[in-house]
Unconditional design. Structure first.
Length: 459
């Protein structure tokens, strides 16, 4: 059940309608728990067992931890949760990566190993991290352990943000999903539906259109000219932004219909002045999670310079590996970490803001080609083709003529979307009906509802 589908719209309408027909408290919590389980089962019902196992394990561990004063016992319970959750994540997401890496390095010495191939469960990286954050917060005594298993299950399985975030923490989300005082509010309805429309607009109008430009070039870079390669890189940078921020808008808007406020996940990241600034604007929920539970756990910045560098690089290594079980993702994370460290110490002193913004966007776009490429060989072929054809006027001319129709629409879509966003947010006197129509009419006439899933669903 994809977010940008009529099936999801009908599902959300039915759940919202039933939600406000039921009494406050337990009946509403039970409804949303069942809705979350059904929503996840629509992808792979057998993998419900995994998610429920994580829920039950972390709920039980946190309850035991709260009753224990001895630090060694508390640490033991924490380790049990970490081993269980990360073990499941490794088994289903990284086992194939481990097999490939082992065989590449050690096959000549010990022979190849062959491990079972398991299908990646939808959203496993998101719900395991969200559940782990709760256990760690209980261990640190930041929050009390949740007494109700139903309540904790709803915290993990709340369907608007279940499969691709935002990754919430228990202190923020758990009190909101008790639904003891939630009554229908017209402001929540208006803000929620508008945000959902905005997400649909980003996905179906912008992201999926840009995919038609980027995908063919990344699949066959050897047949592309330098111009097409350059345009495809820029197209993918905007595609992944509109795709993921579009999903986040739909998730935030859907949650708002129930009176729940999820954290924002993006703040105009391509206007960042450097990588230090970029990671305050891009995938904010993951960045916050890594800072709180990896960076601070390693010592943060209150340590020697070398240890601080190690801590930062560890965060970006984990970030790269979290995004995908491939060395392209790991290298993507490491390179982000190196540029982040440079910008943190040097680039903030530059005065030319436009240049800093252009430089950051250029580097981010270049690194996103590594993120998009299926493997190193295709990524190398991608840039090899770029430099091989860069001085070929004939090749550029031919490909330009093929690209011209797309080139006409790309600035129209970008410029129109950016102006539209600015117009809607800066002028609060715009009639609500006009706000809806500015998103709805393009969706009706130009929306792409081909069933292409959100990029971050694979993580």
């Amino acid at each position: 059940m994809f977010f940008h589908s009529w099936l999801f719209i009908l599902f959300a309408i039915a759940v919202v309608g039933l939600f406000y027909c039921l009494p406050k408290g337990l009946p509403r919590r039970l409804l949303l728990l069942l809705a979350g389980l059904y929503f996840y089962a629509c992808f792979r019902p057998e993998y419900l067992i995994l998610m429920l196992a994580v829920v039950f394990m972390d709920y039980t561990v946190a309850r035991f931890m709260e009753k224990t004063i001895a630090i060694k016992k508390r640490r033991f319970f924490l380790c049990c949760s970490l081993i269980f959750d990360l073990g499941i994540l490794f088994l289903f997401k990284y086992l194939g990566f481990f097999e490939e890496t082992w065989n590449a390095i050690f096959s000549s010495f010990s022979g190849e190993i062959h491990l079972p191939s398991l299908l990646l469960p939808m959203g496993i990286s998101f719900y395991t991290f969200q559940s782990l954050s709760y256990v760690i917060d209980v261990y640190r005594k930041k929050i009390p352990a949740e007494k109700s298993l139903l309540q904790y299950s709803l915290y993990v399985t709340f369907f608007p943000q279940l499969v691709a975030g935002p990754i919430e923490n228990a202190k923020h989300l758990l009190p909101q999903v008790r639904f003891e005082e939630k009554s229908f509010a017209i402001e929540n309805f208006k803000e929620g539906t508008f945000r959902i429309l905005q997400g649909f607009f980003k996905k179906a109008i912008l992201a999926d259109t840009l995919a038609t430009i980027a995908d063919p070039v990344f699949l066959n870079p050897q047949d592309a000219s330098s111009l097409m390669i350059l345009v495809s890189a820029i197209a993918f940078a905007f595609q992944i932004y509109f795709d993921f921020s579009g999903y986040s808008d739909i998730a935030i808007g859907t949650a708002r219909l129930f009176g729940v406020r999820l954290m924002e996940n993006f703040k105009t990241p391509y206007l960042a002045l450097n990588f230090y600034d970029f990671w305050k604007r891009w995938h904010i929920s993951l960045t916050s999670w890594l800072r709180e539970y990896v960076y601070f756990s390693l010592g943060g910045s209150r340590c020697s310079s070398l240890r601080h560098i190690f801590n930062v690089m560890a965060v970006f290594f984990v970030s790269g590996l979290w995004h995908g079980a491939a060395w392209t993702f790991v290298l993507w994370g490491i390179l982000h970490g190196l540029i982040y460290l440079y910008d943190q110490h040097f680039n903030q002193k530059e005065n030319f803001k436009i240049w800093r913004c252009v430089r950051t966007f250029t580097l981010v776009t270049f690194l996103f080609t590594l993120f998009r490429a299926p493997n190193f060989s295709l990524w190398l072929q991608y840039w090899k083709s770029f430099f091989a054809h860069i001085f070929s006027a004939e090749s550029v001319f031919i490909k330009w003529s093929e690209l011209l129709p797309s080139m006409v629409w790309v600035p129209v879509l970008f410029g129109g979307a950016i102006l539209l966003f600015q117009f809607l947010y800066s002028n609060k006197n715009v009639p609500i009906l006009l706000k809806y129509l500015l998103y709805l009419l393009p969706l009706i006439f130009f929306g792409r509802f081909s069933g292409q899933g959100f990029i971050y669903f694979q993580f």
